[in-house]
Design a protein around this ligand. Structure first.
Ligand code: G3P
Length: 218
Protein backbone atom coordinates (compact mmCIF):
# COMPACT_ATOMS: atom_id res chain seq x y z
CA UNK A 1 0.00 0.00 0.00
CA UNK A 2 1.32 3.42 -0.92
CA UNK A 3 1.44 6.11 1.77
CA UNK A 4 0.76 9.72 0.83
CA UNK A 5 1.03 12.61 3.26
CA UNK A 6 -2.07 14.80 3.53
CA UNK A 7 -0.35 18.13 4.02
CA UNK A 8 0.79 21.35 2.36
CA UNK A 9 3.63 21.77 4.86
CA UNK A 10 6.85 21.21 2.91
CA UNK A 11 9.01 20.91 6.06
CA UNK A 12 6.88 18.00 7.31
CA UNK A 13 7.15 16.34 3.90
CA UNK A 14 10.96 16.65 3.80
CA UNK A 15 11.32 15.00 7.22
CA UNK A 16 9.41 11.85 6.24
CA UNK A 17 10.62 11.79 2.64
CA UNK A 18 14.22 11.55 3.81
CA UNK A 19 13.27 8.34 5.65
CA UNK A 20 11.71 6.82 2.52
CA UNK A 21 8.22 6.67 4.02
CA UNK A 22 6.31 8.78 1.50
CA UNK A 23 5.08 7.92 -2.00
CA UNK A 24 3.06 11.06 -2.76
CA UNK A 25 1.16 14.03 -1.35
CA UNK A 26 -2.44 15.18 -1.22
CA UNK A 27 -3.44 18.77 -0.61
CA UNK A 28 -6.80 20.53 -0.55
CA UNK A 29 -7.88 24.20 -0.32
CA UNK A 30 -8.08 23.99 3.49
CA UNK A 31 -4.50 22.69 3.78
CA UNK A 32 -3.24 25.38 1.39
CA UNK A 33 -5.08 28.05 3.43
CA UNK A 34 -3.53 26.66 6.65
CA UNK A 35 -0.04 26.79 5.09
CA UNK A 36 -0.46 30.53 4.46
CA UNK A 37 1.43 30.06 1.18
CA UNK A 38 0.76 30.40 -2.54
CA UNK A 39 -0.80 27.27 -4.09
CA UNK A 40 1.51 27.23 -7.12
CA UNK A 41 4.66 27.71 -5.03
CA UNK A 42 3.70 24.89 -2.66
CA UNK A 43 2.78 22.43 -5.42
CA UNK A 44 5.95 23.24 -7.41
CA UNK A 45 8.12 22.72 -4.32
CA UNK A 46 6.38 19.45 -3.43
CA UNK A 47 6.69 18.15 -7.00
CA UNK A 48 10.42 18.88 -6.99
CA UNK A 49 10.88 17.03 -3.69
CA UNK A 50 8.67 13.97 -4.15
CA UNK A 51 8.93 11.71 -7.18
CA UNK A 52 5.28 10.75 -6.90
CA UNK A 53 1.75 12.07 -7.36
CA UNK A 54 0.97 15.48 -5.83
CA UNK A 55 -2.77 16.21 -5.66
CA UNK A 56 -3.71 19.85 -6.29
CA UNK A 57 -7.40 20.71 -6.07
CA UNK A 58 -9.43 22.87 -8.44
CA UNK A 59 -11.79 25.48 -6.98
CA UNK A 60 -14.08 26.09 -9.96
CA UNK A 61 -17.44 24.32 -9.71
CA UNK A 62 -18.33 24.14 -13.44
CA UNK A 63 -16.55 21.62 -15.68
CA UNK A 64 -15.18 24.25 -18.06
CA UNK A 65 -13.59 26.10 -15.14
CA UNK A 66 -12.27 22.86 -13.61
CA UNK A 67 -10.68 21.83 -16.90
CA UNK A 68 -9.08 25.26 -17.34
CA UNK A 69 -7.74 25.21 -13.75
CA UNK A 70 -6.68 21.58 -14.24
CA UNK A 71 -4.62 22.53 -17.30
CA UNK A 72 -2.87 25.26 -15.33
CA UNK A 73 -2.18 22.99 -12.34
CA UNK A 74 -0.98 20.12 -14.54
CA UNK A 75 1.53 22.47 -16.21
CA UNK A 76 3.40 22.78 -12.88
CA UNK A 77 4.76 19.24 -13.09
CA UNK A 78 4.13 15.81 -14.59
CA UNK A 79 3.59 14.63 -11.00
CA UNK A 80 0.47 16.78 -10.48
CA UNK A 81 -2.79 14.88 -10.03
CA UNK A 82 -5.65 17.31 -10.56
CA UNK A 83 -8.17 16.93 -7.74
CA UNK A 84 -11.83 17.45 -8.68
CA UNK A 85 -14.94 17.07 -6.50
CA UNK A 86 -17.36 14.21 -7.00
CA UNK A 87 -20.08 16.19 -8.76
CA UNK A 88 -21.42 15.76 -12.28
CA UNK A 89 -19.19 18.63 -13.45
CA UNK A 90 -16.25 17.10 -11.56
CA UNK A 91 -16.72 13.77 -13.34
CA UNK A 92 -17.00 15.47 -16.72
CA UNK A 93 -13.78 17.39 -16.03
CA UNK A 94 -12.18 14.12 -14.85
CA UNK A 95 -13.12 12.43 -18.12
CA UNK A 96 -11.66 15.26 -20.22
CA UNK A 97 -8.43 15.58 -18.22
CA UNK A 98 -7.91 11.78 -18.03
CA UNK A 99 -8.25 11.48 -21.80
CA UNK A 100 -5.44 14.05 -22.04
CA UNK A 101 -3.31 11.74 -19.86
CA UNK A 102 -3.45 13.99 -16.81
CA UNK A 103 -3.74 12.16 -13.49
CA UNK A 104 -7.05 12.94 -11.77
CA UNK A 105 -7.96 12.41 -8.13
CA UNK A 106 -11.74 12.48 -7.60
CA UNK A 107 -12.32 13.72 -4.07
CA UNK A 108 -15.21 14.04 -1.59
CA UNK A 109 -16.42 10.50 -2.30
CA UNK A 110 -18.81 9.08 0.29
CA UNK A 111 -20.38 6.03 -1.40
CA UNK A 112 -19.66 3.02 -3.58
CA UNK A 113 -22.02 4.31 -6.26
CA UNK A 114 -19.99 7.53 -6.51
CA UNK A 115 -16.79 5.46 -6.72
CA UNK A 116 -18.23 3.39 -9.57
CA UNK A 117 -18.99 6.54 -11.55
CA UNK A 118 -15.53 8.01 -10.89
CA UNK A 119 -13.93 4.85 -12.28
CA UNK A 120 -16.19 5.10 -15.31
CA UNK A 121 -15.04 8.70 -15.85
CA UNK A 122 -11.41 7.52 -15.86
CA UNK A 123 -10.22 8.68 -12.43
CA UNK A 124 -6.65 7.76 -11.52
CA UNK A 125 -7.55 7.92 -7.82
CA UNK A 126 -10.86 7.85 -5.97
CA UNK A 127 -10.75 9.47 -2.50
CA UNK A 128 -13.42 8.18 -0.10
CA UNK A 129 -13.39 10.19 3.16
CA UNK A 130 -13.53 7.62 5.96
CA UNK A 131 -13.25 9.98 8.94
CA UNK A 132 -16.09 12.23 7.80
CA UNK A 133 -18.33 9.16 7.31
CA UNK A 134 -17.44 7.88 10.80
CA UNK A 135 -18.33 11.38 12.10
CA UNK A 136 -21.93 10.85 10.98
CA UNK A 137 -22.10 7.26 12.30
CA UNK A 138 -21.61 5.57 8.93
CA UNK A 139 -18.67 3.16 8.79
CA UNK A 140 -16.09 4.69 6.45
CA UNK A 141 -14.23 1.40 6.27
CA UNK A 142 -17.37 -0.46 5.17
CA UNK A 143 -17.48 1.87 2.14
CA UNK A 144 -13.79 1.17 1.45
CA UNK A 145 -14.50 -2.56 1.60
CA UNK A 146 -17.39 -2.18 -0.86
CA UNK A 147 -15.33 -0.10 -3.29
CA UNK A 148 -12.30 -2.45 -3.14
CA UNK A 149 -14.56 -5.48 -3.71
CA UNK A 150 -16.39 -3.85 -6.62
CA UNK A 151 -13.22 -2.62 -8.35
CA UNK A 152 -11.64 -6.08 -7.92
CA UNK A 153 -14.47 -7.66 -9.97
CA UNK A 154 -13.53 -5.67 -13.07
CA UNK A 155 -9.96 -5.91 -14.42
CA UNK A 156 -10.75 -3.01 -16.77
CA UNK A 157 -10.96 -0.63 -13.78
CA UNK A 158 -7.56 0.91 -13.09
CA UNK A 159 -8.75 3.57 -10.61
CA UNK A 160 -6.77 3.37 -7.35
CA UNK A 161 -8.60 3.49 -4.03
CA UNK A 162 -7.02 6.33 -2.02
CA UNK A 163 -8.32 6.27 1.55
CA UNK A 164 -8.65 9.88 2.78
CA UNK A 165 -9.86 11.73 5.89
CA UNK A 166 -7.80 9.32 7.98
CA UNK A 167 -7.97 10.19 11.67
CA UNK A 168 -6.00 7.44 13.48
CA UNK A 169 -3.61 4.51 12.89
CA UNK A 170 -6.42 1.92 12.98
CA UNK A 171 -7.84 3.46 9.80
CA UNK A 172 -4.47 2.76 8.14
CA UNK A 173 -4.33 -0.85 9.34
CA UNK A 174 -7.89 -1.51 8.18
CA UNK A 175 -7.23 0.15 4.80
CA UNK A 176 -4.19 -2.10 4.31
CA UNK A 177 -6.15 -5.22 5.34
CA UNK A 178 -8.80 -4.38 2.75
CA UNK A 179 -6.17 -4.00 0.04
CA UNK A 180 -6.63 -0.27 -0.57
CA UNK A 181 -4.04 1.05 -3.03
CA UNK A 182 -3.16 4.24 -1.16
CA UNK A 183 -3.79 5.85 2.18
CA UNK A 184 -3.26 9.57 2.68
CA UNK A 185 -2.51 10.57 6.23
CA UNK A 186 -1.77 13.65 8.29
CA UNK A 187 1.75 13.71 9.77
CA UNK A 188 0.30 13.28 13.27
CA UNK A 189 -1.09 9.86 12.30
CA UNK A 190 2.22 8.84 10.69
CA UNK A 191 3.98 9.71 13.96
CA UNK A 192 1.39 7.71 15.93
CA UNK A 193 1.95 4.70 13.63
CA UNK A 194 5.64 4.76 14.50
CA UNK A 195 5.30 4.76 18.27
CA UNK A 196 5.01 1.76 20.57
CA UNK A 197 5.64 1.89 24.35
CA UNK A 198 7.35 -1.53 24.28
CA UNK A 199 9.82 -0.23 21.67
CA UNK A 200 10.72 2.72 23.94
CA UNK A 201 10.96 0.51 27.05
CA UNK A 202 13.00 -2.15 25.25
CA UNK A 203 15.44 0.41 23.85
CA UNK A 204 15.92 2.00 27.30
CA UNK A 205 16.81 -1.33 28.89
CA UNK A 206 19.18 -2.34 26.04
CA UNK A 207 21.00 0.99 26.35
CA UNK A 208 21.30 0.69 30.14
CA UNK A 209 22.74 -2.84 29.86
CA UNK A 210 25.12 -1.73 27.10
CA UNK A 211 26.47 1.02 29.35
CA UNK A 212 27.51 -1.61 31.96
CA UNK A 213 29.82 -3.27 29.38
CA UNK A 214 31.95 -0.12 29.03
CA UNK A 215 32.23 -0.86 25.30
CA UNK A 216 31.62 1.40 22.29
CA UNK A 217 30.99 0.46 18.68
CA UNK A 218 32.71 3.49 17.12
O1 G3P B 1 -7.54 15.02 1.72
C1 G3P B 1 -8.72 15.37 2.30
C2 G3P B 1 -9.00 14.71 3.61
O2 G3P B 1 -7.93 13.97 4.05
C3 G3P B 1 -9.64 15.57 4.62
O3 G3P B 1 -9.54 15.05 5.91
O4 G3P B 1 -9.77 15.19 8.35
O5 G3P B 1 -10.52 17.12 6.94
O6 G3P B 1 -11.81 15.00 6.97
P1 G3P B 1 -10.47 15.63 7.10
Amino acid sequence: MKIFLDTANTDEVRKFLDAGLIDGITTNPTLIANSGRNLFEVIRELAEMVNGPISAEVTATDWQGMVAEGHKLAKISKYVAVKVPLTFDGLKACHILSKENTMVNVTLCFSATQALLAAKAGATFISPFVGRLDDISISGMKIIEEICNIYAQYPSIHTQVLVASVRHPLHVVEAAQLGADVVTIPTKVLEQMLKHPLTDRGLDSFLQDWKTTGQSIL
